[in-house]
Structures are given as structure tokens and as C-alpha cells.
Design a protein around this ligand. Structure first.
Ligand SMILES: N[C@@H](CCC(=O)N[C@@H](CS)C(=O)NCC(=O)O)C(=O)O
Length: 403
């Protein structure tokens, strides 16, 4: 019976790429199944119930998870062609040691290069280049880490070359300038069809990361989650990848999940059922009306823009009415509607500038509310600077050909 091989994967994953390369090296035919990590397939959940992560190799119905383990499995099962691990036990251990270094050191630091800023980023950049230098030392004068032929460590490491643009552009540095020998190795590997056909173009990965960051950074839904978590005093690690998981897509909706789970601190929704419904109503109004008309103020022109401006200001008027004389929509404390609405404030500069309007002139009470919210650290630390959002909007408009 012919082997049945299925690969559960997600195209930008360097871990998945390892399996694609190993299977190509061995000439194994397989069925590629792309996973939506925000909506994982039952097959993935059932095949990797512990981590629920890709890649998973399913060979004749049996699942193997964790990329380095799966690559070793592939090497052992299809042993007649293109051996990846050396037969000598010490050299095997040596190759595994370096693959472990890639996962536990280089990958983690590389992630910091594009997910952090300031001093943390500078330190990560330095450490990342040190890792490359250490790896270059290990490569020595060999064409591949595996020696004369492409081996286990080459398979483990080369997928990260498709992320080089991400590291370099976000970190503003050049690996080639500092480590030309490493880049020569990358180019040598890319000459192999098993590699070039298995890994995506650097630009494509970079565009994917840009898109993901935009969603996280400027996305009002992401900001709401950050505020709500900060209000509750919950420590969290801001991992861009988490955007891809089930957990965070659940949090991305303006649902009361956070409030219900961490209910002991800073309640956001009132306990009275009617007041809860009211708060839900206004949060829904924010989503359906404020964001939509707000977008129209800077993304459209002419009459359409004028109509959007009128609608947007009418929304603010209605909200001001609802606020009344309370300091917050939630009453004395920041509540559900406040959390839902305040992220829109980081877009005010965009709206006022492109829409040529001043909210403060017409609705000073609303602006006073926004400023009151901004005095709270949970809010100010969760919202991006208005000018940064403006720069994003400028780029967006020029992409649309509006500038
Ligand atoms: N150590 C794992 C890492 C796999 C991994 O991090 N996979 C990510 C995609 S790059 C994933 O499936 N994330 C989904 C999640 O965390 O829910 C391996 O080598 O296979």
C-alpha cells in the first residue's frame, strides 16, 4: 500500500517549512493542508491535542508533531534517499544541539527584533547578530552545516531566511553587511529546488507581518483588549502571533469575556441586567455607527465625505448626551462603553485633519471625557500616539491613490 502523507501547515511558518523541505529532499508526495490558525480544523485539534499547533505530519493515519521531531521521523522512515542526520552518534547529537540552539535562542531573539522597540529592540538586534555570528562559526568553511551535503541543521535553519526581510526592515539593519558568509550559505541553499520551492518569498512574509501588525497596532479591537486587560491588572505578553490563535480572536470581539473571567477587579459591565443591556447597546452603536462614519471622514472625498462628517458629529452628539454629567459612560468608573469607545480617540487627529473639522469646538464635553480616560494608565499605555495613526492613514491613503 502506498504511503499516505498529509501535512497540516500554515504558509509563513518556518516550522512548517522544515517539513516541506525534508519531504521534498526525500521526494515524498504528500497532501498539503493549509490551516486557518484562528479557526483550527478538527483534524489539527485531534492530531496535536497538546499544543494545537502546526506543523503536523500525518503518516498513514499517525500524527507526528513538533517540527524537529517530525524532520527526524521523515529522515528515519525514508532513509534511502538524502540522509539528513549523520550516522555517527556524536555528530547526530551535535546536529541536534545546533537545531535546538536555533529554536531556543535564535528564534526567540529574532522575534524580539521585530516585536519590540527602543532599548529592548537594540539589545535584541545585537544578540541576533551574535547568534548569526555563532552559527557562522559552526558553519566554518563547509558549504552546508551538514558538511558537503545539505543536512538536518540546514533544514532547521534555512526557513528563517524567508523572515530575513522582517528582521532587517523592522530592525533597520543588514545581515549581509555583517555576515556575508551566512548569506552566501542562504543563497547556496536556495539553489536547491527542495528549498526554493518550499519557502515563500521574503517580501511576501514581510507583507504578511506588516498586515498583522497593522491589525494589532491600529486595530481598535486590539486596543480595547489591551485596555480591558490593563484595567484588570492582567499581565500579558504582547505576541503578534497570538493574534493568530483562537484565544485572541475570541478576545478581539467586544464581548464581555475578559470581564467575566477576571471578575474580581475593575468590573466593566454593571451587575443590573438593564444597565448591562444599555451598555451593550451603546457599545454596539460605537461599532456600527461611530467607526463606520469615522472612517468615511478620511477615506472618502466630496459629498460622501461631507455626509460622513455630518454623521460622525451626530454620533458624537448622541454619545455626549448619553454621557450626561457622568465622568465616564460607566458612571464614576471606566466601564464597558468607555473601553469600546476610547480607541476611536486615537483616530481623532486623522479625522480632524483629513475631514477638516474640530470635534472639540462642537463637543468639548466629549473631548473632556476622552482626556479624562487618557489620564488612566490602562488607556494611555494601550493606545498608539495620534500622530502614528495619522502616518498610517497617510500611507493607507496613498496606497488608495488619494494623496
Ligand atoms: N515548536 C513547534 C512550534 C510550532 C509553532 O509555533 N507553530 C505556530 C505557527 S508558526 C502555531 O501553530 N501557532 C498556533 C497557536 O499557537 O495556536 C514546532 O517546532 O513545531
Amino acid at each position: 500500500m502506498a504511503d499516505q502523507v498529509v501535512l497540516l501547515d500554515f504558509w509563513p511558518s518556518p516550522f512548517g517549512m522544515r517539513l516541506r523541505i525534508a519531504l521534498a529532499e526525500k521526494g515524498v508526495q504528500y497532501e498539503y493542508k493549509e490551516e486557518d490558525l484562528r479557526n483550527k480544523s478538527p483534524l489539527l485539534l485531534q492530531s496535536n491535542p497538546v499544543h494545537k499547533k502546526i506543523p503536523v505530519l500525518i503518516h498513514n493515519g499517525k500524527a507526528v508533531s513538533e517540527s524537529l521531531i517530525a524532520v527526524q521521523y521523515i529522515d528515519e522512515v525514508w532513509k534511502d534517499k538524502a540522509p539528513l542526520l549523520p550516522s555517527d552518534p556524536h555528530l547526530r547529537a551535535h546536529a541536534r544541539f545546533w537545531a535546538d540552539y536555533v529554536d531556543n535562542k535564535m528564534y526567540e531573539i529574532g522575534r524580539k527584533v521585530w516585536t519590540t522597540k527602543g532599548e529592548e529592540q537594540d539589545a535584541a538586534k545585537k544578540e541576533f547578530l551574535e547568534c548569526i555570528s555563532v552559527l557562522e562559526g559552526e558553519l566554518g568553511d563547509k558549504p552546508y552545516f551538514g558538511g558537503k551535503t545539505f543536512g538536518f541543521l540546514d533544514v532547521a535553519l534555512i526557513p528563517f531566511s524567508s523572515w530575513l526581510s522582517v528582521y532587517e526592515k523592522f530592525g533597520n539593519f543588514s545581515v549581509e553587511a555583517e555576515h556575508p558568509k551566512f548569506i552566501a550559505w542562504v543563497k547556496r541553499c536556495l539553489e536547491k529546488e527542495s528549498v526554493s520551492k518550499s519557502i515563500p518569498d521574503q517580501q511576501k512574509v514581510y507583507d504578511f507581518v506588516l498586515e498583522m501588525r497593522k491589525k494589532l497596532g491600529e486595530d481598535p479591537y486590539g486596543m480595547r483588549v489591551r485596555i480591558a486587560l490593563a484595567e484588570k491588572g492582567i499581565q500579558y505578553e504582547s505576541r503578534e502571533e497570538d493574534y493568530l490563535t483562537n484565544k485572541s480572536s475570541l478576545l478581539l470581539q467586544m464581548n464581555p469575556y475578559i470581564d467575566e473571567v477576571w471578575k474580581d477587579k475593575a468590573p466593566l459591565l454593571p451587575s443590573d441586567p438593564y444597565l448591562r443591556a444599555q451598555a451593550m447597546f451603546w457599545a454596539d452603536f460605537v461599532d456600527k455607527k461611530v467607526y463606520e462614519s469615522g472612517k468615511g471622514t478620511w477615506i472618502t472625498k466630496g459629498e460622501e465625505q461631507e455626509a460622513a462628517k455630518r454623521e460622525f458629529l451626530e454620533c458624537i452628539r448622541l454619545l455626549e448626551e448619553e454621557l450626561g454629567d457622568k465622568p465616564y459612560f460607566g458612571g464614576e468608573n471606566l466601564g464597558f462603553v468607555d473601553v469600546a469607545l476610547i480607541p476611536t480617540y486615537s483616530w481623532f487627529y486623522v479625522r480632524e485633519k483629513f475631514g477638516n473639522l474640530s470635534v472639540e469646538a462642537r463637543h468639548p464635553k466629549f473631548i473632556a471625557w476622552a482626556k479624562r480616560c487618557m489620564q488612566k494608565e490602562s488607556v494611555s499605555k494601550s493606545l498608539p500616539d495620534q500622530k502614528r495613526v495619522y502616518e498610517f492613514a497617510l500611507r493607507f491613503r496613498s496606497k488608495l491613490g488619494m494623496e
